[in-house]
Design a protein around this ligand. Structure first.
Ligand code: GLU
Length: 305
């Protein structure tokens, strides 16, 4: 397996030159566009990696499935579904989904920014700092990595430049979908996006979703299997932004990307895959990362379709 991963990275390395690192968050512009790494966590407990698999980067939107998971664990499925919808948006991650005079909870999707900001308000905690700490703890537990921490520079950079996310949050407030202090909710959202992980962490977290709540490192179920089913279904239809349809056709597994260059892919019952490659395509997905996953899926027959 390690040999196959090395070979795929070599084949796909030229694609890193075709993408661009995100620059709308100034700190992310410092990423090395040539970075490329992969880790695969298998059901026999072993993991395989190649390239920059240990390199840390900010999780960005790959945190959204964990926000959804924690919201489900705190409130149950019915309540979460009543507050945030599940229909694919077919729109960019930061789209303002206003087509007419109303905005309803059914218009929100937890895998794009507006839905994710709304989900921060569903997580339990005495303060928004406490809610963030609980989310961080969940990420550490799922990844089996107690060293996962905040990237302070990226967090400050996002906070300073997050006008579009502010607009989305205030819009939620206008339509009665955000009752708490908007700046505190946003602060929690920015911190969640600025958690620093590596490809191995994403592979392990993806594996718990593939294995209906049980991590590779223990037999203890960390969340109900039904919630893995819920999260994976939403990932399948909306995890790769407005590139989710193409990704379903070409790779065929639930996955989530982030503008930090990460992709977490979930191969139900079989494996979790973590990718790092910060040069992005026009839709904000890791360009070489998608190429690697397309080839890996073809070679190992991973598509669920
Ligand atoms: N923190 C980023 C933002 O809100 C996340 C975007 C992404 O990774 O899709 O703009």
């Amino acid at each position: 397996m390690e040999e196959l991963l090395e070979q795929l990275l070599e084949e796909c390395r030229p694609f890193t030159r075709e993408g661009k690192v995100a620059s709308y968050i100034p700190e992310l512009a410092k990423s090395d566009p040539a970075g490329l790494g992969i880790c695969v966590q298998c059901s026999d407990g072993r993991h395989y990696q190649a390239g920059d698999a240990e390199k840390r980067f900010t999780i960005q939107s790959v945190v959204k499935p964990m926000l959804l998971l924690l919201a489900l664990m705190d409130n149950g499925e019915e309540y979460v579904r009543s507050r945030v919808g599940v229909e694919a948006t077919g729109k960019p991650f930061d789209a303002i989904n206003m087509t007419d005079q109303t905005l309803l909870s059914d218009h929100l999707n937890p895998m794009v920014n507006m839905g994710a900001i709304a989900m921060c308000s569903l997580i339990r905690g005495e303060s928004y700092e406490h809610r963030y700490q609980r989310l961080l703890e969940l990420v550490r537990t799922l990844a089996g990595d107690p060293d996962i921490a905040l990237d302070e520079a990226v967090y400050q950079s996002e906070r300073r430049t997050g006008s579009k996310n502010r607009a989305l949050a205030y819009l939620l407030q206008t339509y009665g979908m955000l009752e708490d202090d908007v700046e505190q909710v946003l602060d929690c959202y920015f911190k969640c996006c600025s958690i620093s992980v590596n490809s191995r962490d994403l592979a392990r977290i993806g594996f718990t979703l593939a294995n209906r709540g049980k991590p590779a490192q223990s037999d203890q179920r960390l969340f109900p299997g039904r919630y893995a089913h819920y999260v994976n279904a939403v990932l399948m239809t909306c995890g790769m932004y407005d590139g989710s349809g193409d990704f379903a056709v070409n790779v065929g597994v639930p996955a989530k990307s982030g503008v930090g260059g990460g992709i977490m892919a979930v191969v139900p019952t079989k494996m979790g895959i973590g990718i790092y490659s910060p040069a992005l395509d026009q839709k904000g997905n890791s360009l070489a990362g998608i190429q690697v996953l397309t080839r890996l899926s073809q070679r190992l027959y991973l598509s669920i379709f």
